[in-house]
Structures are given as C-alpha cells and as structure tokens.
Design a protein around this ligand. Structure first.
Ligand code: 3EB
Length: 341
C-alpha cells in the first residue's frame, strides 16, 4: 500500500540515529535500556525501555505525513502536527499527591493533558494510543498495576466529557522494562470510526473480574485520510468473548490473535468496502512475553500470511498474566522498512 500520495506513512527503522526528515510526525523507539532523549530534538518520540528478543535490533516506529508540519510543546507533551494529523508524546514519572496509587493518578493526569492539548489544537479525535509502563502485571496498593492504569485512564475520559464506550480510540498497553509512563498518540481532525470484533466482547464492556473499571479502547479505528481508508488495529490477544484461550501455548495464542485480526479486518471491510484490507498488506508489531517463544510465534506468522510482511518483534509483558503474545497492526497508509545500513 506504499505510495507517494499517502497522507500518512509508517517506517520501521533501526534505532541508531534520529529521523531527520521534515515529514516526520513522531514515533516510538524501543531499546534496552531506553535511548537518551536529545533535548534539541523537536520530533515527539517516546523512548521505551523494552528488551528485544535475541536476534532483534533496537528499532523505531516512525510515522510521517507530508509537510507543512509544525512542532510544539504543551506541558509535558511534545507534538507535531499538520492540518489533518497530530502526533504527541509524553513521558511521566509516576507520582500521586493524594491517596490514589501513583500509576492511577499519573494515567489520569496524562490523559487529561492529552485531551487538553487536543482541545487547544482543535483535534477532535484520538485515532491510536500506545501506552507503555513497567511492571504491568505487578500488584501494588492491593490491585494490579494494569487495573490501576485503567481506572486513571477512564477517569480522564469522563472528566473531559468523552464517551468511555463506542467510539473510543484504538490502543495498546504493554509492560516496559523500566522508566515512567510513556504514551504516544495519533490524533486527527478527520472523522474516526471505532470498530469492534464480533468474536470478542468489547473491552469497554469487560466484566469486573478484569478490574473495577474497564479498559477504554476499541478493537480498531478506521479513518479516511485523503482518498484512503486507514485501519489501526489495537493490541490483539488470544481472547475470545472475554476469556483467555490456549494457556501456556504461544503458537496457539498467536493463531488466535491472527483469527481476531482477520475478524477485525473483515469488519473494517464491511464498513469501508473500498478499503479491501488484507492481512498480507498490514504492518505488524508483535510483543512476546517470553523470548523463548519467538521462534514459534514467527513460524505461525510465516505460515498464516502468504507474503512476507513488515513486522517487528519486541519482548514485553502483556496486560493479563496468562497472555503470552499480543499483536497490533495497521494498514491503508504507506509502509516502509529500512534495513540496518
Ligand atoms: C485485551 O484484548 C488485551 O488497555 O489499551 C489490548 C489492547 C489490551 C489495548 C489497553 C489492552 C489495551 O484486553 C489487552
């Protein structure tokens, strides 16, 4: 789906060196330890402390859009925007000045800051949010940290008058190897449609056994930029209904993730028939909990997809202790992979 006319593009590139092009909106870099953030760099990048499975090099996910782009900062958020799109990044240490657990308070503050920026810049819709923070499955203050995050995130949506069901952004939430709460986000002035997966209960309707406040994300978001439909598939796991399937079997979990992604792509094609999203033409990010599962996960990808796809593999804890793999994907935009020089 590459093409010079695309209003949005994704490049996977080695983390060595910074993106220079004027057309860079922002992105995320993954290395262990996290890369230093150069103060002078105007591009909003989150530097995530994330281990790479053996054989994988530190990598950046860079989003770009045709110029003119303008950079700015509001509070803790760095952003870069044009008429249509805004990419923002923020990195917050976990702090609380009240009785709330620090991660909950920090997630609330982060999302309030994001909504305040979008209101100030006149961007109506969050398209995609990437959330990374350490020890995601650890318990503190009597509750798992991912669940603390969900409480704070949902509170900020409500505080800014946003729905917490239906048209909510596509997202992912993964455990990092260290650092604070790192969030990257893509917002747009175009209209965004939230997409659900008929095989899965909507995450925003998960029962309370998964935490007192449901996660606030759609299974995917769909947007038309210029003449192209673009699809952002959230982190997708081996969950059917609301239950984890294939405990302890990373290969089977990977197949279930891909079945879920296929169902989401089918929903997107039903809503935007001209788009014709195809699994062989998406860009993928795969998060593997145990590096020893990487070979099995790769093998499932190779056998399930007919063509080699743009894909990067990272090691991360996934937001339920029994999930071994999570896969996110996107398509309809330009996709490029830059090899190590
Ligand atoms: C799941 O389906 C797996 O909290 O933003 C996937 C994507 C998951 C996004 C989030 C969590 C999130 O529930 C976990």
């Amino acid at each position: 789906m590459s093409g010079a006319d695309a209003l949005l593009g994704l490049t996977f590139r080695p983390a060595s060196g910074l993106p220079q092009a004027d057309s860079v909106l922002g992105g995320a870099c993954f290395s262990h330890p996290a890369a230093a953030q150069p103060e002078a760099c105007e591009v909003p990048l989150i530097a995530v402390d994330m281990a790479l499975p053996a054989g994988e090099a530190p990598v950046c996910e860079i989003w770009h859009s045709p110029t003119p782009l303008q950079s700015g900062q509001q509070g803790a958020i760095r952003y870069r925007e044009n008429d249509l799109l805004l990419f923002g990044s923020l990195s917050l240490e976990e702090t609380s000045n009240d009785a709330r657990p620090p991660l909950q308070a920090t997630a609330d503050a982060a999302y309030r800051a994001i909504f305040a920026l979008l209101e100030a810049r006149g961007f109506g819709a969050l398209l995609r949010v990437w959330n990374y923070f350490p020890a995601i499955n650890q318990e503190s203050h009597g509750i798992e940290r991912y669940r603390q995050f969900n409480i704070g995130r949902q509170a900020a949506f409500r505080a800014h008058g946003h729905a917490v069901t239906g048209n909510v952004p596509a997202a992912c939430a993964l455990g990092s190897a260290g650092g604070g709460l790192n969030i990257g986000f893509l917002a747009t002035r175009a209209e965004v449609t939230g997409i659900e997966n008929p095989r899965q209960l909507s995450a925003y309707h998960y029962p309370s056994q998964y935490g007192p406040k449901s996660p606030t994300f759609s299974r995917a978001s769909l947007v038309k930029l210029g003449d192209r439909d673009m699809l952002f598939i959230s982190g997708t796991a081996s969950i059917v209904g609301h239950q984890t399937l294939h405990h302890g079997d990373a290969a089977a979990q990977t197949r279930e993730c891909l079945a879920n992604i296929a169902a989401i792509a089918a929903e997107a094609n039903r809503l935007a028939p001209a788009a014709n999203f195809h699994l062989d033409q998406l860009a993928y990010k795969l998060y593997v909990r145990h590096p020893t599962d990487l070979a099995a996960v790769r093998a499932v990808m190779a056998s399930a997809l007919n063509a080699p796809v743009a894909a990067i593999y990272l090691q991360a804890d996934v937001c339920r202790a029994d999930l071994l793999v999570e896969i996110e994907a996107s398509g309809g935009h330009a996709i490029d992979v830059e090899a190590v020089a």
